[in-house]
Design a protein around this ligand. Structure first.
Ligand code: SAH
Length: 487
């Protein structure tokens, strides 16, 4: 059977701006062919084993002419594969999506178009510029700025663009900015018409310059604006003064790498992202079941023989309850037990299983739990079951044993190093060093060098990049992302 080619818009920069449909297609694709401007973080959404092809036009060693891209799409579809052709912004707006779709149609290859947020709309929005506002304009036009305005017989209707109450947006125009401004002025637009230039909008590298038609080219030159840039001309640019929201957030422009397993990144990721940080998920460990599940099942089968259950990680919750269910029992088996937990995520995972912890120390670490339990007194002879990770230390058990209790530790999950290949790492970080790396357990820190590769790891270490951690075993303060130390 012939596969389908999906021409998917990836949005202008923020990976969150891909559509629901686009993400579903990307996740299901066997082959992903992406352009240079596609947010790299999206590539991590491709399924394991998917072929990732860079069809960017900038890297000298990977130049793929349009004809070759067209051929590749057809080849892979004829091989029966689902192909996601991921393009920056919208596939049909200055993206050659039309050419690719025509080629597919001519070869009888089924295709689907998944529109995206185009730069002309998404980028000004992130710069605080609404492309229309009824007080200032009645129309907006989008235009290529790539065409040399000095060439004979321009395809652009400069007089049409230059009318009053119009917003004009140019793609690919930064190198021609002086002549674009000159053409618009010549066509009758006042020299003091506001103009803005946005470089890499909707990303952590967003930079915006505001001037007028008369000044913007000089500003671009002195402030060294390079492609990709979007140009916005019109009175709406003035609104930015009040509406610039993205660049004003406290962590704007900072990139933060999260090393915890992906499915657990949620809360911290959202907290950082909502303050404007560019969050890069780079899991260095993966949580997998124990090699032998029998000890956990045996322990779960006789859980009611214990006085208490200790859970210090959300990762232990699911395997423990699965083991309990496998023995034909359910949460009622814990009815008489004291359930002691560490950390809000652990408590949340327990709640999802119908258990509200009896004890949840304010400080999210095992030592606080030991203290809280010890301060209750009367632990002599009490037995605790502690489903834990394979790398868990024995400090908690020892502290309780010192009070006369006994602790039965049983491995509920294992931490294994995440396997990253060099190309995926390079695509994720390109040549930039992040501003911070966050560790959430000792193993996330331990595996960083192996996942990054020695050369990149050394580069990060000798850069001003902050290594931050949560939990005292990683040497952090109580604020979580606070204290810094090299792993
Ligand atoms: N299909 C894309 C446009 C591709 S042409 C879309 O719909 O957005 C490439 C041009 O788009 C760049 O030269 C630049 O002018 C603009 N562009 C794309 N992403 C941008 C971004 N994040 N910031 C500024 N300009 C961007």
């Amino acid at each position: 059977m012939i596969g389908t080619v999906y021409l998917v818009g990836a949005g202008p920069g923020d990976p969150g701006l891909i559509t629901v449909r686009g993400l579903a297609v990307l996740r299901g694709a066997d082959v992903v062919v992406h352009d240079h401007l596609v947010p790299r973080a999206l590539l991590a959404e491709a399924k394991p084993g998917a072929e990732i092809v860079y069809a960017g036009k900038r890297a000298a060693d990977h130049i793929m002419r349009q004809a070759r891209i067209n051929e590749l799409l057809v080849e892979r579809a004829l091989a029966g594969l689902a192909v996601c052709r991921l393009k920056g912004g919208d596939p049909f707006v200055f993206g050659r999506g039309g050419e690719e779709a025509l080629h597919l149609a001519e070869h009888g290859v089924p295709f689907e178009i998944v529109p995206g947020v185009t730069a002309a709309v998404g980028v000004p929005a992130y710069a605080g510029i609404p492309v229309t506002h009824r007080a200032f304009c009645a129309s907006v036009s989008i235009s290529t700025g790539h065409e040399d305005p000095e060439k004979d017989g321009s395809d652009i209707d400069w007089t049409g663009l230059a009318g009053p109450k119009k917003t004009v947006v140019f793609y690919m125009g930064v190198r021609n900015l002086a002549s674009i401004a000159a053409k618009l002025t010549e066509a009758g637009l006042a020299g003091d018409t506001p103009a803005a230039l946005v470089h890499r909008g909707a990303t952590a590298q967003q930079r915006t310059a505001v001037g007028t038609l008369a000044t913007i080219a000089r500003i671009a030159e002195t402030e060294k604006f390079e492609p990709p840039c979007l140009i916005v001309v019109g009175e709406v640019v003035r609104l930015r003064e009040k509406l610039a929201w993205f660049e004003n957030r406290p962590l704007f422009g900072r990139s933060v790498v999260l090393t915890r397993p992906r499915e657990r990144g949620g809360l911290l990721k959202d907290a950082l992202a909502s303050r404007g940080a560019h969050v890069i998920e780079f899991p260095t460990i993966r949580i997998v079941p124990p090699e032998d599940g029998a000890p956990l099942r045996d322990a779960a089968a006789r859980v009611d023989e214990f006085y208490g259950l200790i859970v210090t990680s959300a990762s232990a919750v699911e395997p423990f309850f699965e083991a309990l269910l496998a023995t034909g029992r359910d949460a009622r088996a814990l009815a008489g037990l004291l359930v002691a937990a560490v950390g809000p995520a652990t408590a949340e995972a327990l709640r999802a299983r119908g258990i509200v912890p009896d004890l949840l120390p304010e400080k999210a670490h095992a030592e606080s739990l030991a203290q809280a339990l010890a301060s209750r007194g009367g632990l002599a002879g009490k037995r605790f079951l502690f489903p834990q990770g394979d790398l868990a230390g024995d400090a908690l058990a020892r502290a309780l044993e010192a009070e006369g209790a006994s602790v039965t530790g049983v491995v509920a999950y294992r931490n294994i190093p995440e396997a990253w290949n060099g190309r995926a790492v390079a695509a994720l970080f390109e040549e930039r060093t992040p501003d911070a790396v966050v560790f959430t357990s000792p193993s996330t820190a331990r595996n960083l060098a192996a996942c990054l590769g020695t050369e990149r790891y050394e580069r990060w270490k000798s850069s001003p990049c902050v290594f931050a951690s949560i939990g005292p075993r990683n040497d952090a303060g109580d604020e979580g992302v606070g204290a810094a130390r090299r792993p």
